[in-house]
Design a protein around this ligand. Structure first.
Ligand SMILES: [Zn+2]
Length: 130
């Protein structure tokens, strides 16, 4: 079983060009998108997680003076971020243009071009859509 089979990504598969200087290779990334209803649901879930942690921290002396108000406000911030996040690159695999090894593409915002670092040689490369 190779690495591509082990790593399961959820989302739409996109073929990408991975480049570094003169070198060019190919790869795949997975784009996950959420509709309005799904975004609201994710936002509410995030808000409730923050509030739940805040509620649990009520039991910790001194810490709760900071954690409760911070997590209460963080809940709204998380809601706002998740509710406005329409899509996300959940990850991917590519051939590194520097060392020609398979490398994993990290989870990132759906903003192109994507910059990433090779797992194998630690060099930067750029990812663009075909
Ligand atoms: Zn590399």
């Amino acid at each position: 079983m190779n690495r591509n089979e082990r790593l399961k990504f959820d989302g739409e598969e996109l073929t990408v060009i991975v480049s570094s200087g003169e070198n060019q290779e190919s790869g795949k990334v997975y784009l996950k998108s959420w509709d309005k209803q799904a975004r609201t649901f994710r936002g509410i879930k995030g808000l409730l997680v923050c509030w739940a942690i805040g509620a649990i921290s009520l039991g910790i002396p001194i810490v709760h003076f900071f954690s409760v108000p911070i997590l209460f406000l963080a809940g709204f911030v998380v809601f706002f971020i998740l509710n406005s996040q329409k899509s996300l690159i959940v990850g991917g695999m590519a051939t590194c243009p520097n060392c020609q090894n398979e490398t994993e593409i990290a989870k990132t915002a759906n903003r192109w071009p994507i910059q990433d670092i090779c797992d194998q040689c630690s060099k930067h490369f750029k990812i663009t859509q075909e």
